[in-house]
Every structure is written in C-alpha cells, then in structure tokens.
Design a binder for this molecule. Structure first.
Ligand SMILES: [Mg+2]
Ligand SMILES: [Zn+2]
Length: 180
C-alpha cells in the first residue's frame, strides 16, 4: 500500500504569477521543490501534480506552451508519477477545476495499490486546494509560498491539517507523520 502526495503546481512547486504561467520561460521552480519530491520518493510515496491551467482556454498560451512548462518542471524537480491539469475555464462548469475534487480523484484512480484516501494528502497554496482536498477525502496541507499569508492560511475554513512555510517542509512533516 502506498501513500500519495497530490501537489498543486503554481505557488507550491514554482512561483505563481498574477498573469498566469504562460510558457517555460515564466516557470521559476522553487529551490525546495526538488527536495520535496526527493523526500516523498525516498519515503516510497507516489507524487502527482494536480493543477488548474485555464491559461489555454483563456487564449493566453497554447497546449505546447503548457507542455514546455511541464517539461521544465520535471527536469528541475525530477520525475513524478503523473501530471493532471484542468484546462477548463471557471464558467465551463467542469468537474475537474479545483475546488471541485475531480482532478484529485483522477490522480488517485491512476495510483495503483493506493492506501485509504484519508491517508492521502493534498498540498496547495490556496483555499480552493484545501477545499478540493477535503472534498476528495484527503488530508490537506497549505504552504506560504503562494496566494495566502500565514494569517490567512491559519484561518482557512475548512482548516488545513498542516500549515508550513514551503513544500519542502510539508514533505518532511507529513512523511514523518506516516512513518511514525
Ligand atoms: Mg496554486
Ligand atoms: Zn476542468
């Protein structure tokens, strides 16, 4: 039975931008992102990226641009077990755009021999990541490298199970919880 980390991308693994990440050149991977993936891998976890990428539907980037950014991410953080994007716009009313849980459920379905979903973790930088995680039945962690201040992160409703400075810290904390 394996543990699963579902990681948001922008604001967690790389710096977010108010005008979206539109190509590989705009994707600036955080230095602790590689440590985080390595920590999860060393502990035997599966790692999936689950990210809203409406940038294509908004006409700001091509699918090829998004693929280029994904390739850069994987080069810099190391291999992950899967990358799941929602390409829809908010008004499309899809089931995969967070805070809907569909994207997380797709990733969990792809994970073979996954343990109980309530032992899986969603790691994000926004209220909608935490909401999506809870709706998927996962535990949740929120980092302070994206949309939320520490005060906002601690005041989320529903609350996250863990609030940490960055994804590297989250990886250390939650792999230790499972080991202990
Ligand atoms: Mg984010
Ligand atoms: Zn969608």
């Amino acid at each position: 039975m394996v543990n699963v980390a579902l990681l948001d991308r922008d604001g967690v693994l790389n710096r977010d931008r108010p005008d979206y990440i539109k190509n590989a050149g705009e994707l600036e991977v955080f230095p602790f992102a590689r440590d985080a993936v390595e920590t999860f891998k060393a502990a035997g976890w599966l790692v999936y990226v689950v990210s809203n990428q409406s940038v294509v539907a908004r006409g700001l980037a091509s699918r090829g641009d998004v693929d280029g950014a994904t390739s850069k991410l994987i080069r810099e953080v190391g291999p992950v077990d899967g990358v799941f994007y929602c390409y829809h716009k908010p008004e499309d009313g899809c089931e995969c755009r967070k805070p809907e849980p569909g994207l997380l459920l797709q990733a969990l379905a792809a994970a073979a021999d996954v343990g109980p979903v309530e032992e899986c973790w969603m790691v994000g930088d926004s209220a909608r990541d935490v909401e999506a995680g809870r709706r998927a039945g996962c535990r949740t962690a929120v980092v302070l490298t994206g949309r939320l201040t520490a005060r906002e992160a601690k005041g989320l409703e529903p609350p996250a199970d863990v609030v940490a400075d960055n994804v590297g810290e989250v990886a250390k904390i939650i792999t230790r919880l499972r080991a202990g």
